[in-house]
Each structure stands twice: as structure tokens, then as C-alpha cells.
Design a protein around this ligand. Structure first.
Ligand SMILES: NC(=O)c1ccc[n+]([C@@H]2O[C@H](COP(=O)([O-])OP(=O)(O)OC[C@H]3O[C@@H](n4cnc5c(N)ncnc54)[C@H](O)[C@@H]3O)[C@@H](O)[C@H]2O)c1
Length: 383
């Protein structure tokens, strides 16, 4: 077996996403499985350089996982010839500058979403990556969730007939930080630090809607900051200036209407933290992170509105579970493997910086819709 080592800078490895999903669940898991196999039997082998701001925290992580290569000097790491890929899971606000530096250093780049804080900046990065001849990718992990893979399978198999609407609920209660610590970093709730649920979630909704259903042509959004005061990691109260809930209506090609609620100020009364109900002329489905249930028109009950009587049917029990029929690996890891094959073997990888820029564009237009209290059309974003 031939190993093809590939040097990867992992920046932001001390963060929630950088550590758990990208380092542990993706890159180290790829090493544990013996690398990423290519058609000719070669295995791509990630060689990792951990980058961050705090030496002690980097050393701790490296030692915990038997790694030896770490530094707080990104510029120096980018000059190394044995490094081919730059990965960024830093706080969103730090991303643009670091990605530009990596492009200038001629590295291929893979990054968390959102790619930048504005679509103009994201498009600039896409153009700069093209001009430099480097390959680019942006995380679009939700596409690889088992529930959404099953939903896509239903769409591809023609289960729905004509799709009418999509109704999505995403969210959970993020503690304010006073009597119980918050379970998300405080920067998410400060506009000045690049926080806000629209910038966080609309990039996801963009690719979920476009890839599973149809392109988004217009957005109407109401954004709110329901919890105006929170307490940070150090126990200090701060004003929460960023939006913590977004109520969006997305108009898709083919007349499909998608309504997606995203909220960090909602208590969960669903089976999963995100759920999408899709209604079509031939059938309907409810998909979550893992599960997916369907109801075909042939078995659709005929409820009759009568508020004088208690409900006589268990409506949820009238749906059938879609079988897995497949093995579903961690979505972040699956996309990492695809990106590494793209870099080493030139395999197709559609989720590049331009795709990332389209996600940022939808967030930006969602925020504009909220600010101006109006429906906003989504123009085609091209190279
Ligand atoms: N794909 C997903 O589902 C998903 C989920 C959550 C977050 N994210 C994205 O991942 C990125 C990181 O989010 P997170 O939740 O891991 O955040 P986090 O606060 O846990 O981690 C942020 C990382 O950035 C580093 N950093 C660099 N400069 C910094 C600065 N000036 N201030 C603070 N931190 C700085 C930190 O050291 C840390 O390693 C964000 O861009 C976010 O949008 C993606």
C-alpha cells in the first residue's frame, strides 16, 4: 500500500468545531482508518500542523492525540513546502484575512462556513483562489446527515410528485449564562464579533434548499434578538446585540415555498434539533438529523375539523420510517475525504468558494430583508 502524505494546517483547532468535528471526528478518524483510499490503492495520509493562538492549549491537544507539529505562527507555517492544505475553523471574523494569506502562499483551502462576512468579500476570495490556481472548499455538512440523505433519496426517486412546500424548525434553548453556563460561545451573540443566527444558519439553508429541492430566488426574513442580555464565559454580563432568531420564507424555483425558523430561544418539542416537513402532491416526509418518516397519498387519513371532540387519531403514528439502506459516516469526515480526493486526484468537488459565497449572499439578503421589512430577490452569483 502506498501512502500519499498531505500536509494540512488546522487553524482554530481549540474551538468547538475545529477540535471535535474536524480534528477528532474527521482528520484523526481518517488516520485511524488508514487514510483515504484512492482508486489505484494509494491512501491519502493527513499530516497535521495545529495552529492557534494559545501555545499551552495547542500543546495539550497535540499531546492528547500523539501529534507533534503545532505552532502559533500561521505565517511561518504557510511558508512550509510540506504543507499543501490550509483549513480554517476560526471565529468567522478572522477567516477572510487568513484565507487570503493562504491563497497568497499557494495553498489549497478548506474552510468552515460562512466563508466571509459579506458576499463581496467571499466572491473576492473565490476569484483570488481561481487566479492562484488553488482548490477551494467550504463545509456543507448538513448535506451528509442521514436524515437529509434519505430526504434527497425520496426527491430523486420521485416520491413527492410536485413538491409544494418545505417547513423547517431548527433550534434549541441556548442558556443565558447566568444560572447555567451557555452551551455556545458568547461571540455568537455579539454583532461586533460577527455573531447572529442569520449569518450562522442561512449559509446552511442555502445549500440544503438548493441541493435537495431547487435554487432560492427570493427571501423574506424577520430577525429578532429575543434575549437582549447574556453572561459570557468569564461570568461577565454583556448586551446581546446579534439576532438570536430568524423567521424566513424562501421562494424556490418551481413555486416551492420553504419556511424555515431558526432559533436559539426555543424549547424543543420535536424528535430532533432540526426537522423539515416536505409536502408534495403524491406524498409527504418529515426528515431530521438521522430519521425520516413518510406518508404517501394512498394512506393519507381524512381528518375532519371538529373542535367539540377530542382528537381520535394519533397523527404521528400514521407515518412510516424510511429505512437506512446504507451506512452513514460522520458528515464532516465524508466531506473531508471528498476534498482530499479533489486535491490529490482531481475528483469533482462542487462545494467550492463560489458555493460558499452563495451561502453568504443568502445570509446577507436575509439580513437586508429583516432590516428593510421587505421581500428581497436573490440574484445569480457568478464568477
Ligand atoms: N458547520 C457547522 O455546523 C458549524 C457549527 C458551528 C460553528 N461553525 C463555524 O465554525 C467556526 C468556529 O465556530 P465555533 O463554534 O467552533 O467557535 P469557537 O469559539 O468554539 O472557536 C473559535 C476558534 O477560533 C479561534 N480564534 C482565532 N482568533 C480568535 C479571536 N480573535 N477571538 C476568538 N477566537 C479566535 C479560537 O481560538 C478558537 O479556536 C465559525 O465560523 C462558525 O460559523 C460551523
Amino acid at each position: 500500500m502506498t501512502r500519499r502524505p498531505i500536509g494540512i494546517i488546522v487553524n482554530g483547532v481549540t474551538g468547538r468545531m475545529g477540535y471535535r468535528q474536524h480534528l477528532v471526528r474527521s482528520l484523526l478518524a481518517i488516520r485511524e482508518q488508514g487514510g483515504v483510499p484512492l482508486a489505484d490503492g494509494t491512501r491519502i495520509w493527513p499530516e497535521l500542523t495545529l495552529v492557534g493562538r494559545n501555545e499551552q492549549r495547542l500543546r495539550d491537544i497535540a499531546e492528547r492525540h500523539g501529534l507533534t507539529d503545532w505552532t502559533t505562527d500561521l505565517s511561518a507555517a504557510l511558508t512550509r513546502d510540506d504543507v499543501e492544505v490550509y483549513f480554517d475553523a476560526q471565529l468567522t471574523q478572522q477567516r477572510e484575512k487568513a484565507v487570503r494569506q493562504a491563497i497568497d502562499a499557494g495553498k489549497h483551502i478548506y474552510t468552515e462556513k460562512p466563508l466571509a462576512e459579506s458576499s463581496a468579500a467571499a466572491l473576492e476570495l473565490a476569484r483570488a483562489a481561481d487566479a492562484a490556481g488553488v482548490r477551494s472548499g467550504v463545509v456543507q455538512d448538513k448535506l451528509f446527515l442521514p436524515g437529509l440523505r434519505k430526504l434527497k433519496r425520496l426527491v430523486d426517486g420521485g416520491f413527492f410528485g410536485r413538491i409544494l412546500s418545505v417547513r423547517g424548525e431548527f433550534g434549541y434553548w441556548v442558556f443565558e449564562g447566568d444560572w447555567q453556563p451557555a452551551q455556545r460561545p458568547s461571540w455568537n451573540y455579539r454583532a461586533s464579533d460577527g455573531g447572529g443566527i442569520v449569518m450562522d444558519m442561512f449559509p446552511h439553508w442555502h445549500y440544503v434548499l438548493a441541493e435537495i429541492f431547487a435554487p432560492v430566488r427570493a427571501v423574506t426574513c424577520v430577525a429578532a434578538t429575543h434575549i437582549p442580555r447574556r453572561v459570557d464565559e468569564a461570568g461577565r454580563p454583556y448586551p446581546a446585540t446579534a439576532d438570536d432568531a430568524a423567521y424566513g420564507i424562501f421562494e424556490l424555483d418551481g413555486g416551492i415555498v420553504a419556511q424555515l425558523n431558526s432559533s436559539w430561544a426555543v424549547r424543543v418539542n420535536r424528535d430532533e434539533l432540526v426537522e423539515f416537513q416536505v409536502d408534495g402532491t403524491e406524498g409527504s416526509a418529515v426528515a431530521g438529523l438521522r430519521g425520516c418518516r413518510v406518508q404517501h397519498r394512498s394512506v393519507t387519513p381524512k381528518p375532519v375539523w371538529n373542535p367539540d371532540l377530542p382528537a381520535t387519531e394519533s397523527f404521528r403514528a400514521q407515518w412510516a420510517e424510511v429505512p437506512d439502506n446504507d451506512e452513514f459516516d460522520n458528515g464532516f469526515k465524508v466531506q473531508w475525504e471528498a476534498f482530499l480526493r479533489h486535491v490529490v486526484a482531481g475528483d469533482a468537488f462542487p462545494w467550492d468558494f463560489l458555493a460558499g459565497a452563495r451561502g453568504v449572499q443568502l445570509a446577507e439578503l436575509g439580513l437586508r430583508s429583516a432590516r428593510e421589512h421587505r421581500r428581497v430577490e436573490v440574484p445569480e452569483l457568478g464568477r
